[in-house]
Write a protein that binds this ligand. Structure first.
Ligand SMILES: Cc1cc2nc3c(=O)[nH]c(=O)nc-3n(C[C@H](O)[C@H](O)[C@H](O)COP(=O)(O)OP(=O)(O)OC[C@H]3O[C@@H](n4cnc5c(N)ncnc54)[C@H](O)[C@@H]3O)c2cc1C
Ligand SMILES: NC(=O)c1ccc[n+]([C@@H]2O[C@H](COP(=O)([O-])OP(=O)(O)OC[C@H]3O[C@@H](n4cnc5c(N)ncnc54)[C@H](O)[C@@H]3O)[C@@H](O)[C@H]2O)c1
Length: 448
């Protein structure tokens, strides 16, 4: 049986960060993944998605400037774009594996499953470890209606050889909105089906309203309070039976993408044999990211039940705390700064800190700065179909409680607010800051 100081299960962003840190400190470290190394973000999430959306966004920029100095529309060539995307994803597994080998980390390529509290089966090998790090991420939530087997997931969507004429996205969250905006700009007709009353419900709803307006202008059909009853295959199409406010109906579509949330990936781990307590939100951990039932086990990223959002920078951030606790013993309690988050639609929706609803619930005394900025210089030069902001400032001490933006480059501008909030800057500090001009960030001084 192979023995290690540290066994890392999952070679995604969190896993790579932990394995390298442990190996650098001289711990005998191994890592395993049953998929090609790289994890969701680099292979099936953030990175490939952003490459595709950037092209669609450029196409939209050109379209918006037709008759304003540009002539001749451009089109998205899906096949070429997918090839370009693959230049980013294809090298990842080998590069990551080489990095592990260079760091002296043993690499395995099979699912790990607990045999007891310190021993795991990895393919044909039995492995024991002093510390076991679970960073297995999340997987798509399963749709439970007849015909669910006809749906595809975000993984499949990012590898489509061609886009059909019409696509239905189930779920009104991050994935559906991002992919819907991409597909609409790449020439498909798109419908989003959300079973709740609001899409993107954790975002500031005034900004979501703006995004919904531009989504509809882009031809995206958004149906709220709408439940899927059944999916039936018909020749080359699918028939989606729906029940909503307008009663029952059907939708003919070329493809159904299920994006109704993601759940912690614990299926293959046999956690009960390892005495690892877990629930619906993932592995139960304490403030050191250590299992509450098996002290050898630590967990971080999407699979861990923590306060952190299931996002890449959070997985890596938690990985740093976890590594310190594995290397030196429990010494670093995880604490979270304000976490910026972006929906990469065209234009994007970005948020950091409290929404107005949360500020109200916490009984805070705040003022709201909000405006439709489409007519500002930056809005006009981008010919922005949406450019708006809502910033919450504490009346008690002038600190920034939350910032919410929709519009061109909102994904970049939000980082200015996140830095200011982490640094404890007041709204007046941002107002008096000298931003380079004319940049999108220079608008921050008017927003704060
Ligand atoms: C379509 C999509 C787009 C996204 N876009 C963004 C974005 O723009 N920005 C952002 O911040 N976040 C985004 N996310 C979320 C982000 O990808 C995740 O939060 C992040 O990848 C989590 O990292 P992780 O290390 O916890 O898990 P992962 O990166 O998922 O890695 C976990 C690894 O563990 C492996 N594994 C699972 N079970 C086992 C087992 N039993 N044995 C061995 N290996 C196992 C898996 O194969 C996987 O490779 C997106 C997600 C999706 C699906
Ligand atoms: N830009 C980013 O950072 C980014 C992008 C994509 C994904 N992600 C991460 O991945 C996670 C998963 O994304 P997602 O879009 O799958 O989930 P989500 O949690 O963002 O949204 C899921 C939506 O589906 C709805 N829903 C649930 N069951 C349904 C059903 N049966 N029919 C119709 N609607 C239903 C929910 O009400 C919710 O609005 C996100 O929470 C996020 O953490 C992040």
């Amino acid at each position: 049986m192979k023995k290690y100081d540290v066994l890392v299960i999952g070679a995604g962003m969190a896993g790579a960060a932990v394995a390298k840190k442990c190996a650098i400190k001289g711990l005998k470290t191994a890592i395993t993944d049953f998929r090609p190394y790289g994890g969701t973000c680099a292979l099936r999430g953030c990175d490939p998605k952003k490459v595709l959306i950037d092209a669609a966004s450029l196409r939209e920029q050109v379209r918006l400037h037709l008759g304003k100095g540009l002539t001749g529309d451009v089109e998205v060539n899906w096949q070429e774009l997918m090839k370009f995307k693959e230049t980013f994803t294809a090298p990842v597994p080998e590069n990551m594996e080489k990095g592990f080998e260079k760091a002296g980390i043993d690499t395995y390529h099979a699912p790990a499953a607990f045999l007891d509290e310190s021993t795991l089966q990895i393919g044909q090998e039995t492995v024991s470890a002093e510390k076991i790090v679970i960073v297995t991420g999340a997987r798509p939530r399963e749709l439970e209606v007849p015909g669910a087997e006809h749906t595809i997931t975000s993984d499949d969507f990012l590898n489509l050889e061609a886009l059909p004429e019409h696509i239905t996205f189930l779920g009104g969250g991050y994935i559906s909105f991002e992919f819907a905006h991409l597909a609409a700009r790449a020439g498909s007709r798109v419908t989003i089906i959300e079973h709740g009353p609001r899409p993107l419900k954790h975002f500031e709803q005034d900004m979501v309203d703006e995004l919904v307006r531009v989504s509809k202008e882009a031809g995206i059909d958004i149906r709220l309070n709408c439940e899927v009853q059944r999916i039936t295959q018909k020749a080359n199409e699918y028939e989606v039976s729906l029940e909503g406010e307008a009663g029952r109906g059907t939708l003919e579509t070329g493809l159904v993408v299920s994006a109704i949330g993601r759940v912690p990936e614990v299926g293959q781990l046999d956690l009960n044999k390892g005495n690892v307590r877990h629930g619906r939100k993932g592995i139960d951990v304490n403030e050191y990211l250590q299992s509450t039932s098996n002290p050898r086990v630590y967990a971080a990223g999407d699979v861990a039940d923590t306060e952190g959002l299931p996002l890449t920078p959070v997985a890596v951030y938690e990985g740093h705390f976890l590594s310190a606790n594995v290397i030196k013993g429990n010494s670093k309690k995880v604490n979270y700064p304000e976490i910026p988050t972006v929906v990469f639609t065209i234009p994007s929706l970005a948020s950091v800190g409290l929404t107005e609803r949360q500020a109200k619930e916490q009984g805070l005394d705040y003022k709201v700065n909000t405006h439709d900025a489409r007519q500002w210089f930056n809005g006009r030069r981008h010919r922005a179909p949406a450019y708006a902001y809502k910033v919450l400032v504490s009346k008690t001490d002038g600190s920034i409680l939350g910032a919410h933006l929709v519009g061109p480059q909102a994904e970049e501008t939000i980082n200015v607010f996140a830095v200011a909030m982490k640094a404890g800057m007041k709204a007046r500090d941002l107002k008096s800051f000298l931003f380079s001009y004319p940049t999108m960030a220079s608008d921050v001084s008017y927003m704060a």
